[in-house]
Write a new protein. Structure first.
Ligand SMILES: [Cu+2]
Length: 116
């Protein structure tokens, strides 16, 4: 009896987490258009748990690489974003997250993640 109660609690907890995981991004997403070989804005402040979506509006491919040019820090990494391509990442911890485009290393940006 005790055991099945605990299992039920875990199942209920998972369901709540699953729902909030699905719903949360829609309320908190920030969009970073990539246009004219720049990330807009280049510095973005968000709250923990927010999901950021990059969209490539250029006619050239770009990517989003965590770190500073030449020094990847492996925290997040997109595939090659062809024109119209997108990449999303959810930032769950406070911090400063620098990134750049590995094809055009002069394209840099920073996400500052703060507590709500
Ligand atoms: Cu680029």
């Amino acid at each position: 009896m005790k055991r099945s109660g605990r299992v039920m609690l875990i199942l209920a907890g998972s369901a709540v987490l699953g729902l909030s995981y699905l719903a949360f991004p829609f309320f908190t997403s920030s969009i970073i258009p990539i246009q004219d070989f720049q990330f807009h804005p280049s510095i973005l402040r968000i709250e923990t748990g927010a999901r950021v979506l990059w969209i490539n509006y250029d006619v050239e491919p770009h990517d989003v690489v965590s770190g500073i040019p030449g020094v990847r820090d492996q925290r997040y990494l997109s595939n090659l974003l062809n024109p119209g391509g997108t990449f999303a990442f959810t930032f769950s911890e406070i911090g400063e997250y620098q990134y750049y485009c590995s094809i055009h290393p002069y394209m840099t940006g920073k996400i500052i993640v703060e507590d709500p």
